[in-house]
Design a protein around this ligand. Structure first.
Ligand code: GLP
Length: 245
């Protein structure tokens, strides 16, 4: 069932998302979490770290699979998603390193790496709970708007709007990699539960199109409406263009 929660602000979005993730870990200590990067989930990870430090959560059996990684960036690169995950979560909780997974941005054969990553997700039994952010152009993971929904993991050329949106994490826009490896819709839609987080007025149009527009690969997140258990956690700024009910 689709659930749409309009939270007051970013803090409330993060509090609710962290609560749902914590419940997932408590209910299934060896669960597989699908993790996202970007600025939106940072407050969620912060809360999980706090709960861990307070002795309320145990990550020792948890497995994680991230959505994506920039092509050409290694795990030690400050702007890589490997490093992001270490900074925001992995270095602060008792996740076992061998249980955390991201696609490699340095794989010599990206096609092979994408196949390996899809097989890995399958071998873990799929994702129990998938966290997603939302690109300003409606992308999820790095599944950019296009003519068709991608199925498996693949290399993608980033759109100009994504490069511009993510430039803030790099010393200058010229340093943003032009390509990334991302899981496809099969892995995302195969998750048992999905939590889509959106915060801030710059996401308002994408939120409206995702929830009220046609289901189309031109707005990749619109496909989530076909998932049987998705929660859209949106703050009032991101939800400001939604019809009032
Ligand atoms: C990147 C990531 C996405 C993320 C999106 C939105 O492009 N690949 O997974 O959802 O940015 O990021 P933010 O939360 O910073 O707006």
């Amino acid at each position: 069932m689709d659930t749409i929660i309009i939270a007051q602000d970013y803090e409330e979005v993060c509090g609710k998302a962290a609560g749902l993730l914590a419940a997932q870990i408590l209910l299934k200590p060896d669960c597989v979490l699908g993790l996202a990067t970007g600025s939106t989930p940072t407050g969620v990870y912060k809360r999980l770290c706090t709960q861990y430090a307070a002795g309320l959560l145990d990550f020792s059996g948890v497995r994680t699979v991230n959505l994506d990684e920039y092509a050409g960036l290694g795990p030690e690169d400050e702007q890589s998603y490997h490093m992001y995950m270490r900074h925001h979560l992995f270095d602060h909780v008792n996740l076992q390193a061998e249980n955390t997974h991201l696609p490699s941005g340095l794989a010599p054969d990206q096609k092979e790496e994408c196949m390996r990553y899809d097989e890995l997700i399958t071998s873990l039994g799929g994702v129990d709970m998938q966290i997603l952010g939302l690109g300003v152009n409606g992308h999820i993971g790095f599944n950019e708007p296009g003519d068709a929904f991608s199925e498996g993991s693949h290399t993608v050329s980033l759109s100009e709007s994504t490069i511009a949106a993510n430039a803030r994490f790099f010393p200058d826009a010229g340093k943003v990699p032009r390509q990334a490896l991302t899981v496809g819709m099969k892995a995302i839609m195969g998750a048992k539960k999905i939590l889509l987080l959106a915060s801030g007025e710059n996401k308002a149009q994408a939120v409206r199109d995702m929830l009220c527009g046609p289901i189309t690969p031109r707005l990749p997140a619109s496909i989530l409406r076909l998932h049987p258990d998705v929660t859209f956690l949106i703050d009032s700024a991101a939800g400001q263009l939604l019809p009032q009910i």
